[in-house]
Design a protein around this ligand. Structure first.
Ligand code: FAD
Length: 431
């Protein structure tokens, strides 16, 4: 790097930034990856799981050397009432089933950046980018706390708040309804006890989603993920609902941990970490313009999170990779105009990033409208149904069936499930 001038500068060494850096370095371009943290991942948190398919596109066979916690072999959904629960699970064979892995972000992000450095990227930790450098009306690099770096091409991957996308007018202030606050605790348990409770062994892992119970009647989803010797437990809830209902996230998490079903998994564990972070969950309708002259935005900074399917890291990696591929085309053409960089948006439209987000562009509004039914009535009905099937309490079965069906029909259960089912079918069948 001569005179601090380089082919591409990337701001943020999360999944989006590091994927962009590796893609550029592999193509022989000079790339500077910056992060404000002392080391990559130092302050980054998530639930959570990374997804094998998109991760392997950047790091082939990563499972052989990367610092992974567990390979997910079971997905569970808990429907909670105030005291009871119904659970659905999907378990798949562990051998060769590499679909998703739990990771510890501080170890994982660090490993990813090490791979980028090995491929030839420059990494600048402890480098907070204060603003983009604008000269003669053109983006010409970055201004950090220490110095200036120059480039014709900048990729912004600085996460959900993206102050830098705001600086150049590509992002507005995020609306409360488009963002979730996620709170999470990490609870340490002896390995054997953890495996017994979640019914897993060796390197297998379990990913759980939780609806209802203390989280009923608000746009909130709980989660539990197994790591090697810890459980990550938390929830994310729409910021506007937390504010509107004056809910303390900390108290809500305590209530969730004390639910009779949930406490079984974490009791006697030692709390070793508490964290809170925002997730951009506004979906397709909240995506900003993703390019301009000499600049592209990727990952959370571009609001690319699919909250219906709990996907963020994979969309960040994919968008980072495609941003880099577009930057390579611009470098080879010597043309960094918005017109060339608009190819980034067109390419994303052909991938799951924009396809899936578009599929779900109205789903959150539908869920919001039916939130009480989904988080309160359905868990109640599910529990009552299993109770009906399994209790030999002397009441004639026909009487019990009739009572249950009457409740289902009279409640909003049926009126909410029909439009939701029709909506889901429309989504699947529409070309
Ligand atoms: C609690 C929680 C659970 C989640 N669970 C999952 C899950 O299970 N699966 C999943 O796929 N996704 C999950 N996500 C979402 C996922 O974490 C994000 O979508 C993903 O991390 C986005 O990657 P990114 O690179 O765009 O941004 P980030 O990971 O946020 O990285 C941004 C980087 O930019 C750096 N930075 C910021 N500002 C500056 C600056 N001015 N100068 C220099 N550096 C800067 C930061 O230090 C950071 O390293 C979860 C998120 C949360 C909060």
């Amino acid at each position: 790097m001569e005179n601090n001038k380089i082919d591409v500068i990337i701001i943020g060494a999360g999944p989006a930034g590091v994927s962009a850096a590796i893609t550029l370095a592999r193509a022989g371009k000079e790339v500077l990856l910056t992060d404000r943290a002392d080391f990559a991942g130092e302050k980054n948190i998530f639930g959570g799981t990374i997804y094998a398919k998109q991760t392997a596109e950047i790091f082939p066979n990563f499972w052989e050397t990367a610092p992974l916690e567990r390979s997910i072999t079971e997905q569970k959904i808990f429907l909670l009432t105030d005291y009871n629960s119904t659970q659905f699970g999907y378990k798949y064979a562990s051998k060769g089933a590499y679909k998703a892995f739990t990771v510890n972000r501080s170890k994982w992000d660090r490993w990813c950046v090490e791979q980028a450095i090995k491929e030839g990227a420059y990494f600048a930790p402890k480098t907070l980018v204060k603003e983009l450098l604008i000269e003669n009306g053109k983006i010409s690099g970055i201004i950090t706390e220490q110095e200036k770096y120059y480039s014709n091409m900048v990729i912004i991957a600085d996460g959900v708040n993206s102050l830098l996308a705001k600086q150049i007018g590509l992002r507005n202030e995020i609306k409360d309804k488009d963002v979730s606050l996620s709170v999470k605790e990490v609870i340490k348990l002896p390995k054997e006890r953890l495996e017994d409770r979640f019914n897993i062994e060796n390197e297998e892992g379990c990913a759980c989603k939780i609806l209802g119970g203390p989280l009923k009647n608000i746009m909130a989803l709980g989660f539990m993920y197994t790591n090697k010797e810890t459980v990550s437990i938390g929830f994310s809830a729409s910021l506007d609902e937390l504010k509107k209902n004056n809910i303390s996230p900390y108290e809500l998490l305590e209530d969730l941990k004390e639910h009779p079903t949930i406490v079984q998994y974490i009791k006697d564990g030692k709390l070793i970490e508490y964290s809170a972070h925002l997730i951009p969950e506004g979906g397709y309708n909240s995506i900003p313009k993703l390019y301009d002259n000499r600049v592209l935005i990727a990952g959370d900074a571009a609001m690319l999170v699919n909250n219906i399917h709990f996907e963020g890291t994979n969309l960040a990696m994919l968008s980072g990779k495609i941003a880099a591929e577009t930057a390579i085309e611009a470098i080879n053409l010597g043309d960094y105009s918005a017109s060339v960089l608009s190819r980034y948006y067109k390419k994303l439209k052909d991938t799951i990033v924009l396809k899936d987000l578009e599929t779900h562009k109205n789903t959150i509004d539908k869920i919001r409208k039916n939130i009480n039914t989904i988080t309160s009535l359905y868990p109640e009905l599910a529990c009552e149904f299993f109770d009906l099937l399994t209790s030999a309490d002397g009441i004639p079965k026909q009487e019990k069936y009739r009572k249950f069906l009457n409740k289902f029909i009279k409640s909003k259960g049926i009126s909410a499930s029909i439009p939701l089912a029709v909506f889901a079918m429309e989504k699947c069948l529409k070309k």
